[in-house]
Design a protein around this ligand. Structure first.
Ligand SMILES: [Zn+2]
Length: 356
């Protein structure tokens, strides 16, 4: 369970984002976003898209994905995610029924969360994932690495299939993880699975190999997953929470709506711990009242602030990368939250279960 390199977080791209912020973009980026990105010099990770957003399989074929990724690539592109598949996306009828039932709440999610299935039922998908990644590697006309994506669902399948991928010559790996965290009822189990999967993958790949978890941006999960050897992440939490809910985060990853902080002095004091320590371009030089005023009026400032909180976390992880266990201890005492302590317990259980 060793990883020797540096860590990175790629934020969902929105127009107007500072061009030093590493971003993730989908292969099917809209023309307006393509224009907005023309002069963007940040690092970029190019995603293979989500099967549940793209109903027509022809629009998400391995050929279309790779061709579009190569078109969107520039000298700052660090990787292309290979096409990942899982139960649901090969059978559109079944998928449509599944979504209909979920949205009308007539059915338990557990029957349909693929990662709860027995791993033996997923073998044809594992095979397909590796086949797509190998194809992408052979047909990639650029020097940008293919991130071999396989939707494994436990420690054993992670070891087996990422070892095969490693033997096939891959040294960049990926898994789409948002489904593990999607439903509150299964979140704890999903987190446990993700810890075990990261442990499994890292145990069979090279210590310099990259491992990307796509679809997780949790302030609390990223440092723990880094400890398991996940080298990069992409996700939308700092952006979408700022835009959709008006949420801002403090330097301990604690989120609260800016409007609530404006009205509630007690919550405000707890949030800022008397003074705002953030030095981002929005907060710098302002007092708490001025900052909250700015956050309430201008949604973009919330995004800029939140992303700076995430950038600080990534720099901390990188500066402590030689002793991340120690870093988790420091973080634990700083965050002082029951939820984070529970996560650390799940982490320790995973290590013990697999004898690390
Ligand atoms: Zn700030």
């Amino acid at each position: 369970m060793k990883y020797k390199g540096t860590y990175e977080f790629f934020s969902t791209f929105i127009e107007g984002l500072t061009d030093t912020i590493p971003i993730t973009i989908p292969f099917n980026l809209t023309p307006s976003k393509i224009r907005a990105l023309e002069n963007h010099q940040s690092l970029r990770f190019i995603h293979a898209g989500n099967w549940w957003n793209i109903k027509n399989p022809e629009k998400r074929s391995k050929e279309v994905i790779l061709a579009q990724q190569m078109k969107l690539a520039n000298e700052n592109t660090i990787g292309f995610m290979s096409k990942n598949v899982q139960p649901g996306d090969l059978d559109l009828k079944e998928e449509e029924d599944r979504l209909k039932k979920i949205y009308s709440k007539k059915i338990n999610y557990d029957k349909f969360l693929y990662w709860l299935l027995d791993s033996s039922k997923l073998i044809k998908y594992y095979k397909k994932n590796l086949e797509y990644a190998n194809w992408a590697r052979e047909n990639n006309n650029s020097t940008i690495p293919i991130y071999c994506s396989i939707q494994v669902n436990n420690y054993e399948s992670a070891r087996e299939w990422f070892e095969k991928a490693s033997n096939d010559g891959h040294d960049h790996f990926c898994i789409g993880v948002s489904e593990f965290l999607k439903y509150p009822k299964y979140k704890k189990l999903g987190i446990k699975k993700l810890f075990e999967i990261s442990l499994g993958i890292r145990s069979v790949i090279n210590e310099n190999a990259k491992l990307h978890f796509s679809g997780v941006a949790s302030y609390y999960l990223m440092p723990i997953l880094a400890c398991f050897g996940v080298s990069s992440f992409d996700g939308s939490t700092p952006v979408t929470s700022a835009l959709t809910y008006g949420t801002i985060f403090n330097e301990n990853g604690y989120g609260q709506r800016a409007s609530v902080l404006q009205d509630n002095i007690e919550k405000r004091e707890r949030f800022f711990a008397t003074a705002n320590k953030c030095k981002c371009e929005v907060c710098n030089g302002k007092d708490i009242k001025q900052i909250l005023d700015t956050f309430s009026k201008d949604r973009k400032t919330r995004v800029i602030h939140n992303i700076s909180i995430w950038r600080n976390l990534v720099s901390e992880i990188n500066s402590k990368k030689n002793n991340l266990d120690k870093f988790l201890e420091i973080l634990d005492s700083r965050i002082n939250s029951k939820y984070f302590k529970d996560l650390l317990k799940i982490k320790d259980d995973a290590l013990e279960k697999y004898d690390y």
